[in-house]
Design a protein around this ligand. Sequence first.
Ligand code: AHZ
Length: 308
Amino acid sequence: SVALVPEIQEPSVLQAKKNGLSGNGTHYEVSENYDGDYRFAPIEEAQVSRAMIKRYFNMMYERAVSDVVIVGAGSAGLSCAYHLAKNRPDLSVTIIEANVAPGGGAWLGGQLMTPMVVRKPADRFLTELGVPFEDEGAFVVVKHAALFTATILSKVLALPNVVMMNATAVEDLIVREDFQGRQRVAGVVTNWTLVALNHDTQSCMDPNVITAPVVVSATGHDGPMGAFSAKRLVSTGLLKELGNMRGLDMNRAEPAIVNGTREVVPGLIMTGMELSEHDGSNRMGPTFGAMMASGIKAARETIRIFES
Ligand code: AHZ
């Protein structure tokens, strides 16, 4: 039979020599000499493409059926992912993030300033992650919000049961009737974010799907894409109307978000500031403890569903 897709050969000795390198095809002479003789192992350009493509599309293939999909990789979504994936290594956790850069608003504190304020007792989560802070009594301050976000991102992505597709938007929810006749969220509908933003400029660009028994929505408050699931629940008739986020009140807002974190419709757990739009609770502004504690609670709720 004729191979339609040829195997890429290891860069040949000839090619290696042409590039001024010596080697026998598998063992290349490399040099980490920074004084003008730094030599890399040779590569065929297509090897780079295939190294990425096969991993990415294998990942998409496998995660088309996931145990949990987390929508949004802001402070709430990442806190949920960390607690969930660490405590249940048997569950496949798939994070979908619309932006190229995961982290949501948690690269900064408030008004584009870098320090991040976390009210006690949520500082315990920082200690668990190994993020240093200054203690101010009732609250602690991380010197730069990016220190929290970079640390939790690196820990989440290192967990073997977690994958993240960024630059990918959740465009819709899969909603099915369960055996009791109740409407149940059973997964998400995805598209590349660049496509999701261009549905008005091109003819139909159909999406893709990921099924999961539990979806955790952590898409933040209203914005270009925010409060996605809360709004979609309204347009599908599963929620009568949006509560709409109320004005800033730190003391009311933070406990309301954490204590309100729950399965808002069967199969869909909501966490973080998206809940303020769903429930009509206050915003807290630049204090992040509620995002961490709400993410952890969403993870616990998810585990409870899998254990029931
Ligand atoms: O890109 C969004 C962000 O990274 C992502 N997202 C939104 N819609 C999406 C969709 N598909 C995939 N349809 C989507 N991803 O969700 C992430 C939300 O992160 P965030 O930081 O905006 O929300 P959060 O709830 O994790 O943290 C909120 C932080 C805030 S806002 C606030 C206030 O305004 O008072 N206070 C705090 C602490």
